[in-house]
Design a protein around this ligand. Structure first.
Ligand SMILES: Cc1cc2nc3c(=O)[nH]c(=O)nc-3n(C[C@H](O)[C@H](O)[C@H](O)COP(=O)(O)OP(=O)(O)OC[C@H]3O[C@@H](n4cnc5c(N)ncnc54)[C@H](O)[C@@H]3O)c2cc1C
Length: 380
């Protein structure tokens, strides 16, 4: 690669930060990833994620991980069943798609898995972690602040353990919903989604512990929608380790959001005449959205892919110093916000649809009108 090699820091080892680090590594670009958790299994990791053919899978491919993904994804995991509150099954799909997808105008078979194959979040993270050099991720490293180095375009990262600050040329916030890095770029904060509260309950080893629940949930997802209420069942894991999860959601408009305790001081940045250079965001830190259309992690993975493409182009053109990175980041953010804005609108529309009277019937109509391609589902 031509030109200088900027020191890149990523804050957060969730799917977005790990995907970014993995594609960078595959492109022979090193980075340092700071994660506040002590390990990948330090806390409950949540449930299954569907990885779309036209976004998440493309990012995995750019990291050279598509074949490994195929070995850990859940076949038939995108099976879906939609019921009314009375238990009438309105729609059922077994999750099987004929063959592999075709791509391009010549109609040749592509390497991507058709539809939305599911993977457990820990399995996705493990796949990405295993693709990195062992010293890439700094566990138990909570970032306390990111501050500009005077008279330079560099940034100091200060960890919570009071160690010496470390200096980087480019800082990428992948620190999720309550991102601190976001405050460097905008005053926007997450807002509570029209009072929808979810209770997260699990049935472990479901095939043995509760075979009737296992049959009810099926191999993928099972949804019951009704006005102001929704039950979202999912299968996680495989074989003897299969679990069933349910998010029981109710709409309660009177709840107020928790107040975030951001410690990054905007006042420091207000002292600068220039726009904020060489700091950007990927994933939920950039565009937190509701989970009702199952797109968030795919948008995050596309962010990683597009950002690495921009970084690699800068390197190739010997333009990774001076203003080169900053200009690239502006272009990346423009595309990222346009793309994620469309997806966020989709999840918002899905939420309205699902939580209204007759939501189950309306979801079935939409799925049927999309035909065989789940990417064509349009929520209005
Ligand atoms: C119930 C539910 C179901 C979902 N289902 C789907 C689905 O089926 N399909 C889909 O596409 N999306 C789904 N999503 C959305 C998806 O989970 C998110 O979009 C995705 O996790 C975003 O990844 P991320 O890496 O940006 O953020 P996160 O996963 O939140 O990761 C952020 C990381 O940053 C670390 N961190 C935070 N602050 C600091 C700090 N100061 N210093 C160091 N580290 C820090 C955190 O510990 C964490 O590891 C769902 C979301 C929910 C809530």
């Amino acid at each position: 690669m031509a030109g200088i090699t900027p020191k890149i820091a990523i804050i957060g080892a969730g799917p977005a930060g790990l995907m970014l680090a993995s594609i960078l590594h595959h492109s022979n670009i090193s980075c340092t990833l700071f994660e506040r958790d002590s390990s990948a299994v330090a806390r409950a990791q949540g449930g299954t994620l569907d990885i779309h053919e036209y976004s998440g899978q493309r990012a995995l491919d750019a990291a050279g991980l598509l074949d490994e993904f195929r070995t850990v994804m859940r076949q038939g995991g995108d099976a879906i069943r939609i019921l009314t509150k009375n238990g009438t099954v309105l729609f059922e799909h077994n999750g099987e798609h004929e063959g592999v997808s075709t791509e391009g105008e010549d109609g040749t078979d592509s390497k991507f898995v058709k539809g939305r194959p599911e993977i457990d979040r820990p399995a996705l993270k493990n796949l990405l972690i295993a693709s990195l050099l062992v010293d890439t991720i700094h566990w138990s490293s909570k970032v306390r602040s990111v501050t500009p180095v005077p008279d330079s375009q560099k940034w100091n990262i200060q960890l919570d353990d009071d160690s010496e600050p470390v200096t980087f040329d480019l800082v990428v916030g992948a620190d999720g919903a309550w991102s601190r890095t976001r405050a460097l770029l905008t005053e926007q904060q997450p807002r509570f989604t029209r009072g929808i509260t979810a209770l997260d309950v699990w049935c472990h080893n479901v095939d043995e512990a509760a075979p009737d629940v296992s049959r009810f949930v099926g191999p993928g997802s099972c949804f019951l929608f009704e006005k102001d209420r929704g039950l979202f069942f999912q299968r996680n894991g495989q074989g003897s380790k299969a679990d069933a999860r349910c998010l029981a959601c109710v709409k309660m408009s009177t709840l107020t959001p928790p107040s975030p305790a951001f410690s990054v001081k905007r006042i420091l940045l207000a002292m600068h005449e220039q726009p904020v250079l060489r700091v950007t965001l990927v994933g939920d830190s950039a565009h937190l959205m509701t989970p009702f259309a199952g797109v968030g992690v795919n948008v995050a993975m596309m962010d990683a892919l597009e950002l690495v493409r921009g970084i690699v182009d800068c390197f190739r053109m010997g333009n990774a110093d001076g203003e080169g990175l900053a200009v690239m980041l502006q272009q990346y953010e423009k595309g990222m916000f346009a793309r994620s804005g469309e997806e966020a609108a989709k999840t918002e529309a899905a939420m309205h649809l699902q939580f209204q009277e007759g939501g189950a019937e309306k979801m079935v109509d939409i799925i049927k009108s999309a035909g065989s391609n789940p990417e064509d589902i349009v929520f209005e």
